[in-house]
Ligand binder design. Structure first.
Ligand SMILES: CC(C)(COP(=O)(O)OP(=O)(O)OC[C@H]1O[C@@H](n2cnc3c(N)ncnc32)[C@H](O)[C@@H]1OP(=O)(O)O)[C@@H](O)C(=O)NCCC(=O)NCCS
Length: 146
């Protein structure tokens, strides 16, 4: 098991997961932009197989969690919890005061993961996301003091 920095060589494998687990996935351009920015982009591998990743964006003393995803076949085995824990530990190591994120109001898996990790809801952005079912969907804004 290994957590390591994401590189351009990982983009194909990351995009395969991204397109499979999100209704509105990041584009390849979004991902390469993140890799070429200050974002902290990490992949999680087991036996050479890329099973998940996260992308964090630092802003002064706040860390924004932009994406965390686990390959569909490996979900619900504790990997998301482990990866989020690593992301929070990394943010603490960078002296970040809190972690922030936005999540679709229908994303019960992610909401469960974040609440279990100590995040609380601090806001709502109405109609923030596109949604095939409802036209638009709210974003719940969450924070965790690190
Ligand atoms: C959200 C996600 C990362 C969770 O990863 P995971 O490895 O499946 O989660 P874990 O097995 O570590 O579960 C941790 C906790 O999250 C919650 N959870 C995870 N999946 C859930 C589900 N399908 N339904 C309800 N709660 C869920 C539970 O509280 C769970 O704890 P428990 O197993 O003790 O009940 C994963 O579902 C995923 O990749 N989803 C698609 C991408 C996404 O929506 N990312 C977040 C927004 S960017």
């Amino acid at each position: 098991m290994q957590l390591r920095g994401m590189s351009l060589a990982d983009v194909d494998a990351v995009m395969r997961i991204e397109q499979h687990v999100h209704a509105y996935p990041w584009t390849r351009g979004n991902l390469t932009d993140a890799l070429n920015s200050d974002c902290v982009c990490k992949v999680y591998e087991v036996g050479g197989e890329l099973l998940g990743y996260f992308i964090l964006m630092p802003a002064v003393d706040e860390m924004q969690l932009l994406d965390i995803s686990i390959a569909a076949a490996h979900q619900r085995k504790g990997l998301g919890r482990k990866l989020l824990g690593e992301a929070m530990e990394m943010a603490r190591g960078m002296n970040m005061r809190r972690m922030l994120l936005e999540v679709r109001s229908s994303n019960t898996a992610a909401l469960g993961l974040y609440r279990a990790a100590g995040f609380r809801e601090i806001g709502l952005r109405r109609g923030y996301y596109p949604s095939a079912a409802n036209g638009r969907e709210d974003a719940i804004v969450m924070e965790c003091v690190l």
